[in-house]
Design a protein around this ligand. Sequence first.
Ligand SMILES: Cc1cc2nc3c(=O)[nH]c(=O)nc-3n(C[C@H](O)[C@H](O)[C@H](O)COP(=O)(O)O)c2cc1C
Length: 217
Amino acid sequence: MTLTKLNHKIISDKDILLKSQHFLNEMKNRRSVRNFSDRPIPLEAIKNIVMTASSAPSGANKQPWKFIIIQDADIKRKIRIAAEKEEKEFYTKRASEAWLKDLKVFETNENKEFLEEAPYLIAVFKISYSAETNPPSKHYYVNESVGIACGMLITAIHNAGLVTLTHTPSPMGFLQEILNRPKNEKPYLLLPVGFPAEEAEVPIISKKSFEEVAKVI
Ligand SMILES: Cc1cc2nc3c(=O)[nH]c(=O)nc-3n(C[C@H](O)[C@H](O)[C@H](O)COP(=O)(O)O)c2cc1C
């Protein structure tokens, strides 16, 4: 016997509508934040957030992810130094004119103070194959699975009353070295997590309408 009865509560159409509207309103307030307060957060809350992400669906339930939760100030400093080195290269050499133009509204640059300010950094790694078996065994839809888990991570952070930034210092190989991860793990995203700084500002941007992003047929 490998199947068990699904545990799912059926609610009324009215409640479905109310809950979906309420959640939409909540999520509309989510913003990427680039200025953090150093106010501490209980580690237990971060663990809950990570376990929410880890409850995500994944190809053949392989759960091909690892979340490294960093609170150590020395490690955060090392990550900031390495990230700023890559970002400087990006802003001065690697980024195309078009990319720099698209980034102008965000007023971002190579300074990544938030990597030290935020009480936690979560480095997400994708695990391309399992090294626990001999020979190593395959993982399926790794990018899709880890992307979904990260979406749930960001949602859980917002739901807990905290803020984050989806950060992708490029390339991110330095995370593998600093965090001493095995070679079947590849850095995927780096997320500072915390409270926004009191003076935190966000770019004025708009989101596409339902008609632009969806079609009912
Ligand atoms: C895959 C991905 C990578 C991103 N990388 C960066 C980054 O390296 N630095 C940064 O400041 N913002 C980064 N962002 C944040 C986006 O700029 C931001 O999500 C977008 O402008 C929309 O703003 P919002 O998140 O406040 O809705 C990234 C977002 C995604 C989804």
